[in-house]
Ligand binder design. Structure first.
Ligand code: FES
Length: 112
């Protein structure tokens, strides 16, 4: 079985976060996450994760996640938990989730 430079012999991540970086033109029918500095936020979250753990956790940008009105939008797998990263509390909850696996349900995105 081959091993990659990070010592992995199987694909996949302990937790995998996708943060939307999609950008729509001004005046578009729906808002988008890119103009809300979602990629800067993604870089900050990525850096924090790297600083705080050696675990196999991936944070990356995505295209539109189709929950545009709640963005910057993020989803974490394998749990399939969604966040609207609109407050310090929601950003900290995402970090906590990524670093420990603990989910603060009060900070997750809920569509009612
Ligand atoms: S533009 Fe970010 S979820 Fe659609």
């Amino acid at each position: 079985m081959p091993v990659d430079p990070k010592g992995r012999s199987e694909p996949g991540f302990t937790r995998h976060a996708f943060i939307c970086g999609h950008e729509r033109a001004e005046g578009a029918a729906r808002p988008s996450c890119g103009p809300q500095e979602s990629l800067d936020l993604m870089r900050q979250i990525k850096q924090r994760v790297r600083q705080e753990t050696d675990e196999n956790i991936r944070v990356q940008k995505s295209g539109c996640l189709d929950h545009c009105e709640f963005g910057p939008t993020c989803v974490v797998y394998p749990e399939g938990v969604w966040y609207g990263l609109t407050s310090e509390e929601s950003i900290e909850a995402l970090l906590q989730h990524l670093l420990t696996g603990e989910i603060d349900e009060e900070q997750t995105l809920k569509l009612e």
